[in-house]
Design a protein around this ligand. Sequence first.
Ligand code: TLP
Length: 344
Amino acid sequence: MTMVYSDFRSDTVTRPTEKMRKAMAEALVGDDVHGDDPTVNELERLAAETMGKEAALFCPSGTMANAIAVKMWTGPLEEVIVEERAHIYNMESTHMTFLSGVTPRPLRSNRGAMDPADVAAAVRKPNVHTPRTTLVCLENTHNNWGGSVLPLDNFKAIRGIADEHGLKVHLDGARIFNASVASGVPVRDYAREVDSLQFCLSKALSAPVGSVLVAGRERIEFARRLRKALGGGMRQVGVLAAPGLIAMTEMVDRLAEDHVRAKALARGIAGLPGVKIDPESVETDIVIFGFDHPALTVEAMIGKMKEKGILALAIYGGIRMVTHKDVDDEDVERAIRAFREILA
Ligand code: TLP
């Protein structure tokens, strides 16, 4: 018998809804490299409006959107301040050095929120020896801090430091809608504090592909040229923008369910032998916990869970599990049961 898995590896594993598939089949399309795909144009218009920015660019992935953002704000001999666990620094295969030729300057943080004083102290004084600091990157929610939500006040304080030193601020808002649903802060309030942001349609919002980069009109025109240079110019890509529109208009409110399930999962496994988690620290859809067991390594534990039909990922010496549209209460109960049986 083939195993049916409850897949908690990421919120990227979501399948498009029936409505998305229908919209893909029926999408009006044109050639987006010539700027005349009406569905892409509508997605970019909606994204810019939602974020309160002038313009937007549909990109094939969050990684490409972040890479374009770094490239469009920096030049040679420059440095970018990043949080030490940031996705843009740890999980995007060094595009900062490879494509932009800039050095990342990682800073410690409180669950993803860098101390504004540390940011100010990290800005290089102009000097022949050192790179010039020109960009700060934020991430909200913060993936590798277990989906933590950065406080709006932290954005404001870092914006203030950036203005004082003439720096730009880019937000990796892959899961900015999760942050907004959890905090009640409208996405455009976070967006107001940054010069650019990218958000992903293909994570918890369940579209199959794509991210959108938003910023001022002139920068997005340049970003469009950068996307072309990276091979990201796509043709009849309205077929992918169509589910993206549904992601933005119909899939945001349900994120609250994912957050409730993530907390339930954390509560269900807290206190089991080896599991190190404070369920109260789970704010959105990502559950990351330490695992330290005398008889089981993280890899062995993940292997045993897989035998019971539960998929999870190893990360930072611990385990990551993410809730999303395609796992329900039964999947969460099944996961908790599996943990209890294995660790009994
Ligand atoms: N994150 C993926 C993996 O890379 C780990 C995931 O499963 O969570 N920013 C953030 C905060 C992300 O979490 C991700 C993807 C990206 C950017 C990159 O997006 P894609 O995968 O579309 O390039």
